[in-house]
Design a protein around this ligand. Sequence first.
Ligand code: MF3
Ligand code: CO
Length: 261
Amino acid sequence: MIYLKSEEEIELLRISNQLVAKTLAELAKHITPGISTLELDRIADEFIRDHGAVPSFLDYNGYPNSICTSVNEQIVHGIPSDKVFLKEGDIISIDCGAYINGFHGDSAYTFCVGEVDQQIVNLLKTTKESLYKGIEQAQEGHRTGDIGYAVQSYCEQRGYSVVREMVGHGLGREIHEAPEVPNYGRKGNGVMLKYGMVICIEPMINMGTRHIVFERDGWTTRTLDRKPSAHFEHAVAIRQGKADILSSFEYIEQVLGERAI
Ligand code: MF3
Ligand code: CO
């Protein structure tokens, strides 16, 4: 069942996703060597609640925290911990969700901790660019396979690999709705996109092998070869022509200034 959203519902989804965007920007201020991933979780939880919302991920299928913090070879769904401290040269994907007015926001960004190796910065740049290549295909009458093809071909041409086990998704009153939105695929395949659909596109792109390991904590995923992985996510509403991006990286990039990738 794919829910088409009304204009009013899309405006509520914009509010939720803009709050997530601002939460990620608040976290950007604190991403520095020495901070624990659990401290980032506390900051996000407090910021979300101070704005009258509830963290979407907390208790979702038993998930124990309010954000996902995935460091270096971790891909997504890393669990915040008071034993994991960021260090110079790390990268960290922060995935955040917020629920307010009956609708969820969901967005993710991969940050650099201090100075990061140029090869890894290039992985982040390509992953973020591939998200926008996917978004270009996210329009009425196209199919999910057009998005997947755009992301996959952009990344593979640059020597990176695409994670298959986790995919993007519809977004609305539930954090995960139909349809699935893979980051791989063939032009013209998959679900037809309709006006008013709201989907999350979230490429997970690896420096080395595409193969992954599910850690024994039941959540964390990492690359099999332990090479770095990057993850960026936007929520978009399907229109005729250009998609309407409901989340935003602008607040993050204001905080990062010239350190933005
Ligand atoms: N944005 C994440 C995803 O689409 C949401 C994870 S929810 C969690 O997979 F609770 F599993 F963390
Ligand atoms: Co998502």
